[in-house]
Design a protein around this ligand. Structure first.
Ligand SMILES: Cc1cc2nc3c(=O)[nH]c(=O)nc-3n(C[C@H](O)[C@H](O)[C@H](O)COP(=O)(O)OP(=O)(O)OC[C@H]3O[C@@H](n4cnc5c(N)ncnc54)[C@H](O)[C@@H]3O)c2cc1C
Length: 385
């Protein structure tokens, strides 16, 4: 019987990879609702947006990987239900796939806007290759771009858009950008640099509606009454985990499919990994759903080791990176409940290092344009006793 993996993003493809690495000899079936061979998502908000990069240029693995490792991959295959009694999943076209073990790697989707005007043309989202190609076309035609949401993806899109000469305004409801993921020191440096490049910021600003003209976006209306001109609105207000299959199969679900340390759901034949999974993270000390490549790859390795019965890989601190207009931002560890920050900043060379401590223990670091230092700091973050 097969191991069936629903979703062929970073988590799903790496699970297939690690299953073979750990010696699994049976059938592995990757099922993807997308129509393209699995690709890397990070470039979509960075170089891909403003270049001629072909979609085939950013594959997750070369096509030979699937044939050489005897991994079957079915594209255009959206799974719509799981029959946990019969141990089969059913696709939209009616095809069924039997599993011995099922791995849900369904990821997340972009949170949608619901305010008045959100259905107008020119309101765009960025999650998939399809979205990125659409956005890339629209960026060429648009003079004024509004980015809704000053999170990592929003700022990456803003820096790409300003780099090709667009007038860009970021609208953010919080008092600062990237509030969820970095310290104020890093956030302020990033904002100052992007401002210097021409990006406008409206902080503490809430969008209430969008006005259109001839069915296309025209103005963003803020709670303050201010209106911001927009030919294109890119919505970057977070992602929502894809939980439908798990919910309908009556698996335990909260802000993610709840899994144990082996990535097992409440049904022991079904696992969940990556952006859709809510798992205990030893560095955070809580159940947490992370949306990073590092997390997807790590959990893919854990699920494969769990299925193959090999020892679980040693935990490594969470990490992420971002590329923003000449700035490489890197974060390591769990930036939570720190009681001391040591900040070193050089505005001229645009370099930053932040060390976050909790009771004298280093729990997280972040750097801008200091990749070697970030690498060296990697081993200094230890698990709490
Ligand atoms: C634009 C962008 C830029 C990013 N940049 C960075 C970065 O710089 N650094 C970083 O660490 N992280 C970055 N991330 C986050 C990172 O890409 C995700 O954390 C990672 O892709 C999660 O992998 P995943 O496999 O869990 O989910 P996904 O990559 O979302 O893959 C899930 C797949 O499952 C498919 N699927 C869902 N439901 C079904 C179904 N019912 N049937 C079949 N298929 C289904 C989806 O279509 C999708 O292809 C970025 C994300 C985006 C969107």
């Amino acid at each position: 019987m097969a191991i069936v993996i629903v979703g062929a993003g970073t988590a799903g493809v790496n699970a297939a990879f690690w299953l073979r690495q750990y010696g699994y000899k049976g059938e592995i079936r990757l099922l993807s609702k997308e129509s393209v061979v699995p690709y890397q998502r990070p470039p979509l908000s960075k170089s891909f947006l403003t270049s001629e990069t072909a979609e085939s240029a950013i594959p997750l693995k070369p096509e030979s990987f699937y044939t050489n490792n005897n991994i079957s991959i079915s594209l255009n295959t959206q799974i719509v239900s799981i029959d946990v009694g019969r141990k089969v999943v059913a696709a939209k076209d009616g095809e069924e796939y039997a599993y011995e073990k099922l791995i849900l790697a369904t990821g997340a989707s972009a949170r949608r806007l619901t305010c008045e005007g959100s259905e107008l043309s020119g309101v765009c989202y960025l999650r998939s290759m399809e979205d990125a190609k659409n956005l890339r076309r629209k960026l060429v035609e648009s003079a004024s771009v509004v980015v809704l949401g000053g999170g990592v993806i929003g700022l990456e899109v803003a820096s790409a858009a300003v780099g090709i000469g667009r007038r860009v305004t970021v609208i953010e409801a919080a008092p600062r950008v990237m509030a969820r993921v970095v310290t104020p020191a890093a956030a302020n440096l990033v904002r100052a640099r992007l401002e210097a490049e021409g990006v406008g910021f409206k902080l503490n600003a809430k969008l209430t509606s969008i006005k259109g003209r001839n069915g296309h976006v025209d103005q963003c209306v803020l709670e303050s009454g201010e209106e911001v001109q927009a030919d294109l609105i890119i919505v970057g207000i977070g992602a929502i985990p894809e939980l439908e299959l798990a919910t309908e199969a009556a698996l335990e679900v909260s802000n993610g499919v709840v899994v144990d340390d082996q990535m097992r759901t409440s049904d022991t034949s079904i696992y969940a990994i990556g952006d859709c999974a809510l798992a205990r993270n030893l560095f955070f000390g809580t159940m947490v759903r992370l949306e990073t490549i590092h997390n997807a790859v790590t959990q893919a390795q854990i699920v494969a080791s769990s299925i193959c019965g090999t020892s679980t890989p040693a935990p490594t601190p969470p990490r992420f990176w971002s590329d923003l207009k000449g700035m490489t931002l890197q974060g390591l560890g769990a930036l939570k409940d720190y009681d001391k920050l040591v900040v070193a900043i050089n505005n001229e060379t645009v370099e930053l290092e932040v060390l976050a401590y909790k009771q004298e223990r280093l729990i997280a670091t972040e750097t801008i344009n200091r990749p070697k230092r970030q690498g060296a700091l990697g081993g200094s973050i230890k698990l709490p006793d």
